[in-house]
Design a protein around this ligand. Structure first.
Ligand code: CO
Length: 133
C-alpha cells in the first residue's frame, strides 16, 4: 500500500459554527463541505487546505465516540486521515503488518468515501483513518 495524499486532519470541537468562523476569520479557511454522519454521531465541516482538508468534528449525541473524546481529553487533534487507492487492500496490509483495526471491513464514510480506522494503540498514539475517495 501507499499513502497517496493527506486527506484530512480531524479536530474535535464543542461548537462547530464557532470553530468554522475562527478558521475563516483567523486563517482564511473556506468551507468545502458540511455533513451530519448519523451513524458516527458527528457533524463535520471540511475546510479547504490545497487538495486536503481540516475536518472539524462535533458530537450530535452524548454516546458518540467524539463526545467521549471531548469529555476525556477536551478539544484538539482527534485523528489523521490518509488517502489510499484501495481501502480494503490498505486495511489488510496494515493488519498483516501488525496494526489493530477498529473496522474489520471498510465502511462508508462522509462524502461517499470508503474508510477504515486503525487503533491508536498500535500507531504511536494516533487514531488513523484510511480514506478511499
Ligand atoms: Co476522518
Amino acid at each position: 500500500m501507499a499513502l497517496t495524499e493527506l486527506d484530512h486532519i480531524a479536530i474535535a470541537v464543542h461548537d462547530l459554527d464557532a470553530a468554522i468562523d475562527w478558521y475563516a476569520t483567523t486563517l482564511g479557511a473556506t468551507l468545502a463541505h458540511r455533513e451530519v454522519v448519523e451513524r458516527d454521531g458527528v457533524e463535520e465541516a471540511l475546510l479547504n487546505v490545497a487538495e486536503s482538508y481540516v475536518q472539524l468534528l462535533t458530537p450530535t449525541r452524548d454516546d458518540s465516540p467524539v463526545a467521549k473524546f471531548l469529555a476525556n481529553k477536551g478539544e484538539g487533534l482527534h485523528h489523521v486521515g490518509y488517502r489510499v487507492a484501495d481501502c480494503g487492500a490498505a486495511l489488510t496490509d496494515a493488519v498483516e503488518a501488525g496494526a489493530r483495526a477498529i473496522d474489520e471491513q471498510p465502511r462508508l464514510g462522509s462524502r461517499g468515501t470508503t474508510v477504515a480506522f486503525l487503533h491508536p494503540k498500535t500507531s504511536f498514539g494516533t487514531l488513523i483513518e484510511l480514506v478511499q475517495e
